[in-house]
Design a binder for this molecule. Structure first.
Ligand SMILES: Cc1cc2nc3c(=O)[nH]c(=O)nc-3n(C[C@H](O)[C@H](O)[C@H](O)COP(=O)(O)OP(=O)(O)OC[C@H]3O[C@@H](n4cnc5c(N)ncnc54)[C@H](O)[C@@H]3O)c2cc1C
Length: 387
């Protein structure tokens, strides 16, 4: 297909939406990027960029700006005493940690510099129709605006409005599992994730800070969350994982913590006529392989690749779904399984997990298995964006 004649509307200006906007605009399409947040810069805590996501970002020229991301050296999973449970063997794909705000800022600067992208920030999608008609409303205005597109890309996250507009056969999975995330001063990261009697606790250095995440699913941690009680949170984690103490002390107030429920999104179809989904809108997953945002980036590149090769829009969208859905589905299932295993709190179950299951998982974590988590060859992804 000739992309230069296409009018594309992208809903959602976060990782997946910005990357898709840049990829399609560089391929010559006219892109409108619609984001409900007026100044979508200051978002989230930290994020792990894997080789697949990084390859897509490099392909759109963001490699130099992303040199601020810190490589994870010697990353591993341990038990509460620091004994290694899982240490990926070389040549494991590399991982870089970065503040979400940094990544979002880099994407938005690139979007602002791209003449073929028209941004509508502070504007919410009200409804999208399979025939490509999009109704949106700018904040503070009472009148809706209607736009028409050849393709509407729903990169609008777990609660996607674009998805509501078509028949995607969606099933939303509320797991009830929650994570706390925050940024702390630099130099505190342990570059590891500990599986403990209170769940999972991870900390990594990011550019100018430390990214901390911790599950909060035991009865005591749930009480801490309900009461926004930092002392109970600290005491519970100190008991379960003494090495966490310096990180816990560095949390200045409860309000600096972000709370997220893990929600799974499973769609039977990823496209309906002129609507197509990518990222969390299509396949939100548990965070335990660090592949949610990376997969959104891969989606954007593969969507471009398949539309470029196809004779018709329908062929391209179907090929995109066939290429992406099985691979991302396998990653999501593994992430979900790991997320559930990480919440085992009974000493007997954890003993079996750590002594019996982990050696099996460790043996299965071969370089090939890790490449499957990347879903696409990073060199192929790099070539798509540059092509
Ligand atoms: C605890 C935790 C840790 C994680 N860690 C990692 C990690 O290390 N690595 C990784 O790859 N992934 C990670 N993830 C997953 C990652 O955060 C998501 O997969 C990723 O943000 C999805 O990107 P997206 O662009 O698809 O959607 P989102 O980031 O959800 O963006 C959707 C955008 O759409 C906008 N929007 C929504 N509705 C509308 C509307 N009606 N009109 C206009 N705009 C709208 C929103 O404001 C938002 O900007 C983690 C998730 C959690 C919960």
């Amino acid at each position: 297909m000739r992309l230069s004649s296409l009018r594309i509307i992208i809903i959602g200006g976060a990782t997946g939406g910005c990357a898709a906007a840049l990829l399609f605009a560089r391929a010559g399409a006219r892109v409108s990027l619609i984001e409900r947040v007026p100044h979508p810069r200051a978002v989230g805590a930290g994020i792990a960029l894997a080789e697949n996501g990084l390859a897509v970002l490099e392909s759109i020229g963001l490699g130099p700006a992303l040199r601020v991301a810190l490589p994870v050296v010697g990353g591993r999973v341990t038990d509460a005493a620091g004994r290694p449970l899982l240490t990926p063997r070389p040549p494991a794909p590399s991982m870089h940690m970065v503040r979400r705000e940094t990544l979002q800022g880099i994407l938005l600067d690139a979007v602002a510099a791209e003449p073929l992208i028209e941004t509508h920030f502070g504007t919410s999608l009200v409804a999208a129709r399979p025939d490509g008609l999009v109704t949106m409303r700018r904040h503070g205005r009472s009148l809706d605006e209607v736009l028409e597109a050849d393709l509407v890309i729903g990169a609008d996250g777990v609660h996607s409005r674009v998805r509501d507009g078509g028949d995607f056969g969606v099933r939303i999975e509320r797991t009830g599992l929650h994570y706390l995330r925050t940024l702390l001063p630099p130099g505190l990261g342990q570059q590891s994730e500990a599986w403990t009697s209170a769940g999972i606790f991870g900390s990594f250095d990011v550019d100018d800070g430390t990214y901390l995440y911790a599950s909060c699913n035991t009865p005591r941690l749930r009480t801490a969350v309900r009461g926004c009680d930092l002392e109970v949170l600290r005491a519970t984690w100190r008991e379960a994982y003494p090495a966490a103490a310096p990180l816990l002390e560095a949390i200045d107030q409860w309000q600096s913590l972000l709370l997220h429920e893990v929600i799974g999104v499973h769609c039977r179809r990823w496209w309906h006529d002129k609507l197509v989904l990518l990222g969390d809108a299509a396949h939100a997953m548990a965070p335990n392989l660090g592949q949610g945002a990376n997969s959104a980036l891969v989606d954007a590149a593969v969507l471009l690749d398949e539309l470029r090769r196809a004779e018709t829009m329908a062929d391209g969208l179907e090929a995109y779904t066939r290429r992406r859905k099985p691979k991302v589905g396998a990653v999501a299932r593994t992430a979900s399984l790991l997320g559930q295993l990480g919440e085992w709190t009974s000493p007997v179950a954890r003993g079996i997990r750590d002594r019996v299951l982990f050696p099996v998982i460790d043996a299965m974590t071969t370089p090939n298995a890790l490449l499957r988590v990347m879903q696409e060859d990073p060199d192929v992804l790099r070539a798509i964006g540059r092509g």
